[in-house]
Ligand binder design. Sequence first.
Ligand code: BLA
Length: 311
Amino acid sequence: NTPVLSSASPMKTNITLRGRNKKFLFRVSAVSYKEFAKSALEETRKRIVLESSPLQEKYSSMTGLDGKTELQMLAFKSSKIRLLRSMAIENETTQVFDFAGFMEPEYDTPIFCANFFTSANMNIVVLDLNPLHQLTDQTDYQDKYYKNIMSIYHKYAETFPWGGKLTGESIKFFSPLVMWTRFSSSQEKHKALFSAFLEYYQAWLEMTIQVREEMEPSMVRANCEAQHKYLTWRAQKDPGHGLLRKLVGEAKAKELLRDFLFNGVNELGTKTFIDYFPEYQTEDGTVSDKRSIIGKSYETRPWDLTGQFIG
Ligand code: BLA
């Protein structure tokens, strides 16, 4: 079920350097994550009806405080998908992509999560269908959503090996399908990343089409709380915060995080960050500024080849 790849068209950027009386013009290939978003949306429209999200009116594009960085926001919904949104950030040296899909609480489908950060030839990548429910105590959830698609992970495992230690807390938001990797930029790698992105996305899209509505109110509540916990975590501790603050300032960054990127954090539940993650409470009751309490962990991939968690 491999998607047909139309283009992973690299974006051409002109960089001008001034030496003694001379101007050197380089054409470097940078990756264009806007093309990734466009392709995913095209694939979506072949399968389901997308409506524009009310968020799209508030968020479309922004220019960073430096006057040079462009932020592009896209937001959609469907009858089952509560929010399908994309943020692409680019300037001459940095490209960032944050693409996610969240279901209505009646559905327990995983959360689509693509987070790509590219700067100065270095790439930090997380691509996953983040589980809505903890996989360690819900093997049926793992069987339902991951067992049959582990081949997607294996296909890219060699090209995109485990990225090394990461914030320990993040692991419980990831599935055995996760592609967590770092690499230096090359056209080949970005082309492979484009393929992987579309393939993971197609798998997610298929899940959203197949999923049946949950009728049991207690299960709908559980889905809602699980999504709210996820949103609460990311709205507070996502590694992208620092850069976002630098690009658009504290107030705008906070608004983007709570109202756009992790929309639902104010609406889907009333529990606070400390309710979900009490280990972050400081002596005066506020949330610790620390990104992590556990620290960096998981030097190697904590799942075996079949997708069992081995820690
Ligand atoms: C780094 N981004 C990282 C890292 C991870 C993620 C695991 C490595 C550092 C770490 O261990 O924390 C991504 N972590 C995730 C994701 C989840 C998670 C997706 O827990 C989901 C649950 N990244 C972005 C955006 C920006 C960004 C939008 O997604 C910028 C606007 C930047 N990510 C970014 C930067 C780094 C990074 C600058 C390196 C700096 C650092 O390690 O803190």
